[in-house]
Design a binder for this molecule. Structure first.
Ligand SMILES: [Zn+2]
Length: 504
């Protein structure tokens, strides 16, 4: 039986359902280990050579600008990503094994699992302690993980370039994703310039007040401690979280259960992941939002973020083809998640749905601005760096200096050479986040214009979001949505305007 475009899409749909269900079971603690190999074997032809050839021909034979070209591009991108993932599976397993068994040992005899080091650094109130844990972490990374990650990067680049889709890795990414890396990097550089003054104004006081450290001495370890901001946690009680967020979504005119298609798993269970996550198993009919509330502002932010994803998947048109429901530009789903999680920066939302009072509002928003700018500037620098890293012009040995220079310059926190190959998002996911930031902020502006300042409780806003945004799945690119909805190109202008409002 030959593989046809229809057959491939039907199989891909079934394959994604099985893989997603397996991850859901493991991450929610219902199953001890993932058994992915049997699924890959059952669906071997979905990710085989014939499938890649088929979608490549579909892409090359269709007219640019046509709907079939759009679908073919998404299918080709998905095939390339999935096949790269399979080619790297062995090295990824080695990486996971290293990460889950490595131990950070301090000179005083204390030991922490490697995966917990970040939390220990963020929570260490004694600065010497914080730096000592980070030193110990960097030293085991240097002798172990760096070589694995370097090898993985090289193989990933070689594999994608061997497919001969474009002259090099970065050009292949642009061809498949529809995202111009060069344009985005230019915007990132401009964003760093445009936010410099506010950053210089916010950082010294925060560093002195929260950490007792001068800006010139700040390290990346201090950044983790600075954004932790535990003093506001008591205004975000875990017991009230789900109810408050459901109430808000309902007031906005969206059913938080999406007619039963979003399923909330909020109970306590051994083996369940600490962080909330969204698992679409069948799009749009079966979407899980799994969480294990501990209380605190981070939980609220994470729940809102995952709910943005969950409602997006659950309200996607059921009659859309596989590629519009399951794949596409993740800048889009991330922008809906950010539209929701950035409600935590809205004074009216905070007063209505959190325990924060008028008195705490201004210090909370200032802390939020600092966190936002730290992440924004970090991501702008990260993408600039990663584009050069994958660009292949620079020998691997010179890469760590470029990393330290680029990230330190942008954030004012001193980064370490050891993290140059570790602190890298696969396949430029940083580009998706940056565009999500742009689109999320633009959508918030657009919602304010259409449904007023308190759009989040306007019963007209939800149905508009569902019809104009969620229903389309990820058929369009983030910039197409910006043009369609707001008549504007994606840019950092609305993001910067929002940060400036926080500190006004
Ligand atoms: Zn997300």
């Amino acid at each position: 039986m030959g593989l046809t475009p229809e057959r491939l899409r039907a199989d891909a749909d079934a394959f994604m359902e099985e893989v997603s269900r397996e991850f859901l079971m493991v991450h929610s603690g219902l199953k001890p280990t993932a058994e992915l190999q049997p699924i890959y074997e059952r669906y071997a032809r979905v990710l085989g050579t014939a499938a890649l050839d088929l979608v490549r021909a579909e892409f090359q034979d269709s007219k640019p600008g046509s709907e079939s070209h759009r679908g073919a591009r998404l299918m080709l991108e998905w095939e390339v990503e999935s096949q790269t993932g399979r080619a790297l599976a062995e090295i990824e397993e080695r990486e996971i094994a290293w990460e889950s068994s490595a131990v950070v040992s301090l000179p005083d005899g204390r030991q922490y699992p490697y995966l917990q080091a970040g939390i220990e650094i963020a929570n260490a109130s004694d600065r010497r302690d914080r730096l000592a844990i980070d030193d110990a972490r960097a030293s085991i990374v240097e002798t172990g993980l760096v070589a694995i990650r370097r090898d993985r990067l090289q193989r990933e680049r070689d594999f994608v370039e061997s497919l001969d889709l474009a002259p090099n890795y970065n050009a292949a990414f642009t061809l498949l994703s529809g995202i111009s890396l060069d344009e985005l990097v230019d915007q990132c550089r401009q964003c760093l310039t445009d936010t410099e003054a506010v950053w210089r104004d916010l950082l010294p006081r925060a560093a002195h007040h929260s950490l007792g450290v001068a800006v010139s001495d700040l390290t990346r370890a201090d950044a983790l401690a600075l954004v932790r901001a535990p003093e506001f946690d008591r205004y975000f009680p875990g017991a009230a979280m789900e109810e408050s967020v459901r109430r808000q979504v309902t007031e906005m005119g969206i059913d938080p259960d999406a007619g039963g298609r979003v399923r909330y798993d909020t109970g306590e269970r051994a083996g369940k992941r600490a962080r909330a996550f969204c698992a679409p198993v069948r799009v749009p009919d079966e979407v899980y939002l799994v969480m294990r509330p501990h209380g605190g502002q981070t939980d609220y932010q994470t729940l809102l973020h995952e709910l943005g994803h969950a409602l997006h998947f659950a309200y996607t048109r059921a009659d859309h083809p596989f590629e519009y429901r399951w794949v596409g530009d993740n800048s889009v789903t991330e922008s809906y998640a950010m539209l929701f999680d950035h409600l935590m920066q809205h004074p009216g939302w905070l007063l209505r749905y959190s325990g924060l009072g008028k008195r705490e509002l201004s210090p909370f928003l200032r802390a939020a601005a600092l966190e936002e700018l730290q992440f924004l500037r970090r991501y702008c620098a990260k993408l600039t760096y990663e584009v050069q890293l994958y660009g292949g012009q620079l020998p691997w040995d010179l890469v760590p200096d470029l990393y330290v220079e680029t990230l330190t310059e942008a954030t004012s926190f001193r980064y370490r050479r050891a993290d140059a190959f570790i602190d890298v998002d696969a396949r430029f996911y940083a580009a998706r986040y940056l565009r999500a930031w742009q689109l999320g902020a633009l959508l918030a502006e657009s919602l304010r214009e259409r449904f007023n300042e308190d759009w989040y409780r306007n019963p007209g806003a939800g149905p508009w979001i569902v019809e104009e945004l969620f229903a389309e799945g990820q058929r369009e690119l983030a910039d197409e949505i910006a043009q369609r909805v707001a008549g504007r190109a994606l840019s950092f202008a609305p993001v910067i305007a929002a940060v400036e409002r926080l500190v006004a």
